[in-house]
Design a protein around this ligand. Structure first.
Ligand code: NAD
Ligand code: G6P
Ligand code: MN
Length: 443
């Protein structure tokens, strides 16, 4: 059986140990010749590698692990690259979240002005990563990309690197499907859903379980409880934090008003913006929750290793996040034609949206990439919202590529989260100050 060389780019990510474990759980079906971790922050990556090494010791002793900041060493002859870089790390995420909140606007890492700011930081490093992969990896490489903001990254890479073999994915749909499966008391692999939208901006239209349409049961639950399930922590650790519980609960308010389709949890930032802002702690956002939670737990385990030589393997978790990226890679590697929700160029998948939009829809994943499932026409309300959001994303990519301040003001003004052009300008000016050294110059 063919063995693969796989590189995790953003090796210092808090998610790396979970992804490594997920890969090794699947070692029989997806055998690795070599695993590599690549990051531009060697110090951070070395810490995470302590945990990754222990996972290898536990699940596949003998597997070669390369931990490097050298692109040649990282990508030479690689078959798969899992990309998960966070440009600016949590320090910048915190500012993305807190600056808009100062103006009473949603502060979120991928939605609203914060997401646009993160986009402006990520577009060029992502293109550089693709260039390094093109230079060193096998010609048949696949980049499976989690790096956020995935919608902006996908739009920008479509324009900047149209021939890249990149599959942009998000774990939120599969996380939402996991909750639906728990509500229906079946395994998530049994669910086949229809869905349309952009990344972090879409709706489920149908939930099938083994040929039976069970959308109505999910709808009824969601109208009463949102997509909260009893004992979230049993279902997934990440999404059981306080802010995620609120998020899944808020689906209830959207469903009461618009019961036809089931929204992606991220829709709360656009449809319930004022409510969300009112219930957010402006001094303690999700970035703080993650720094004090997921990241601290991991780095505490590293410290403990330095003192005791022992590694606590419960300091991280796999979750749908770790499972999903490996499932997608296996479908690409072995032409499994599994059906997943992924981010692809529209080309008619949603009939009444523009062909060049980067939409999130179901697709069968083959060894040549995604075969998109057509979702047909969508109603005016959803179409209008999506077009506004797609225009926002296009404008921020224009701003980056043209170095245009005006386009950046337009992007923030276009975002449904922002009240006026004057407000957009104020937030943008603060973000420019905070992102010095990260953003292209905007003139
Ligand atoms: P993290 O800060 O713990 O890790 C990110 C790592 O990326 C850091 O070690 C950083 O040094 C590194 N990095 C930054 N710029 C880089 C570059 N140019 N090249 C290589 N490495 C670089 O972040 P995290 O919370 O673990 O998340 C990692 C990424 O995955 C983020 O982009 C996050 O938004 C994304 N994510 C996406 C999804 C999704 O659904 N698409 C889900 C979860 C996380
Ligand atoms: C979901 C989204 C990701 C996002 C993540 C943030 O899984 O799909 O795109 O990066 O949440 O999670 P965090 O725990 O870092 O807030
Ligand atoms: Mn996502």
């Amino acid at each position: 059986m063919k063995k693969f060389i796989l590189t995790i780019a953003g090796g210092g990510s808090t998610y790396t140990p979970g992804i490594v474990k997920s890969l090794l759980i699947n070692k029989e079906q997806f055998p690795l010749q070599e695993l590599r971790m690549y990051d531009i922050d060697g110090e951070r990556q070395d810490k995470v590698a302590i945990i990754a090494k222990e996972v290898i010791k536990e699940f596949q002793p003998g597997l070669k692990l390369v931990v490097t900041t050298d692109p040649k060493e990282a990508f030479e002859d690689s078959d798969f690259i899992f990309a998960q870089m966070r440009v600016g790390k949590y320090k910048m995420r915190e500012l993305d979240e807190k600056i808009p909140l100062k103006y009473g606007v949603v502060g979120q890492e991928t939605c609203g002005p914060g997401g646009l700011a993160y986009g402006l930081r990520t577009i060029f490093p992502m293109a550089e990563l693709i260039d390094l992969v093109e230079k060193y990896a096998k010609k048949t490489y696949w980049i499976v990309n989690y790096s956020n903001p995935a919608a902006v990254v996908a739009e920008a890479m479509k324009r900047l690197r149209p021939n890249a073999r990149i599959m942009n994915i998000c774990d939120m749909p599969v996380g939402t499907i996991r909750n639906m499966a728990a509500i229906l008391d079946v395994d998530r692999s049994k669910l086949v859903v229809d869905y349309f939208g952009l990344n972090h901006f879409g709706w489920f239209t149908k939930v099938m379980v083994e040929g039976v349409d069970r959308t109505d049961e999910v709808r009824k639950h969601a109208i009463k409880h949102g997509l909260l399930v009893e004992n979230m922590s049993k279902v997934d650790v990440q999404h059981s934090d306080k802010s995620w519980i609120k998020n899944f609960k808020n689906i209830q308010y959207m469903m009461e008003l618009f019961p036809e389709y089931i929204p992606n949890p991220y829709m709360q930032y656009y449809l319930l913006g004022d409510h969300v802002v009112e219930h957010m702690d402006k001094n303690h956002t999700r970035a703080n929750e993650v720094i004090e939670g997921r990241e601290k737990k991991l780095f505490d385990a590293v410290e403990e290793y330095k003192n005791t030589g022992k590694v606590d393997l419960s300091s991280f978790y796999v979750g749908v996040h770790g499972q999903f990226i490996v499932e997608v890679a296996m479908s690409l590697a072995f032409n499994l034609r599994k059906r997943f929700l992924v981010i692809v160029e529209n080309n008619g998948a949603v009939e009444n949206l523009s062909n060049d939009a980067m939409v999130e829809v179901p697709a069968y994943i083959t060894n040549e990439g995604p075969e998109v499932v057509r979702m047909g026409q969508i109603p005016t309300f959803y179409k209008g919202l999506i077009e506004q959001q797609f225009a926002t994303e296009k404008l921020i990519v224009d701003a980056a590529l043209e170095g245009s301040y005006e386009k950046a003001v337009m992007a923030l003004t276009m975002s449904k989260t922002v009240k006026s052009a004057l407000q957009a300008k104020k937030i943008l000016d603060d973000l420019i100050e905070a992102n010095k050294g990260y953003w292209p110059e905007l003139k």
